[in-house]
Design a protein around this ligand. Structure first.
Ligand code: 13P
Length: 251
């Protein structure tokens, strides 16, 4: 059976003291969440070490929000997959729409980053999602199918065991405007078909597909009740331990 996951993407939020406080609260409250639900937090790079220590003894796993497209060397300002692994991360998010939109992240770069992350022993949370213009033009299925294929069709069925997909419609991120459960479900089902086409039904069935975009305690239950929605990638609501845990209790 595929794993349910609730992951918190803290984005560029939390100074060190704030990150410590949030990590301690999430770790404490995580005991309320059934073991069948995986919990992940992704703080900014600079706070990974400290947050990792605060999570020790809890079942909350640590993730980065990005990784470099090179292994090491003269790449000022970058952080490699090996560094991320060595600081205690099990995961890295890749291809978040904010990185695609503001930092020129392309599908080609994401193939390289995904490969390096997997080689370093990290799990990858790969984000896909259409923007508002694409949705209004009725291109959402094509966009999401294209992004999924462009990255994941370069990998193997074995690799898929260490990959989670997050569907995050750009128009729903940080806007308070959530995709309806039906809108999210039809895209999730489509992504699962794209995975099945290349890797077979069993691999697609095992693939965890998260929804992200204004997911909060008040709408998580309806979203998570959909057959192809296996949890959430949470932005704003992950900055409040109570809300984050409440979302994780929504299955
Ligand atoms: P919000 O939950 O703030 O809309 O952000 C979603 C997101 O981008 C998570 O990666």
């Amino acid at each position: 059976m595929r794993k349910k996951i609730v992951a918190g993407n803290w984005k560029m939020n939390t100074t060190l003291p704030e990150a410590k406080e949030l990590a301690i609260a999430v770790a404490e409250k995580s005991a309320q969440v059934p073991a069948s639900v995986g919990l992940i937090v992704a703080p900014p790079f600079v706070n990974l070490n400290c947050v990792g220590h605060k999570l020790e003894g809890s079942r909350v796993e640590l993730s980065a929000q990005n990784c470099a497209d090179h292994t090491s060397g003269a790449y000022t300002g970058e952080v490699s997959a090996d560094m991320i692994k060595a600081v205690g991360c099990k995961w890295t998010i890749l291809g978040h729409s904010e990185r695609r939109q503001y930092y020129g992240e392309t599908d080609e770069k994401l193939v390289v980053k995904t490969r390096l992350a997997l080689e370093a022993g990290l799990g990858v949370i790969l984000c896909v999602g259409e923007n508002l213009d694409e949705r209004e033009a009725g291109k959402h299925f094509d966009v999401v199918t294209g992004q999924t294929k462009a990255v994941l069709y370069n990998f193997t069925a074995e690799d898929m065991k260490n990959i989670v997909i997050a569907y995050e419609p750009v128009w729903a991120i940080g806007t308070g405007k959530t995709a309806t459960a039906e809108q999210a479900e039809e895209i999730h089902a489509c992504i699962r078909r794209v995975i099945a086409d290349k890797f077979g039904a069993a691999v697609a069935d095992d693939m965890t597909i998260l929804y992200g975009g204004s997911c909060k305690p008040s709408n998580a239950k309806e979203l998570f009740a959909q057959p192809d929605i296996d949890g959430g990638l949470i932005g704003g609501a992950a900055l409040k331990a109570d809300d984050f845990i409440q979302i994780a209790l929504s299955f």
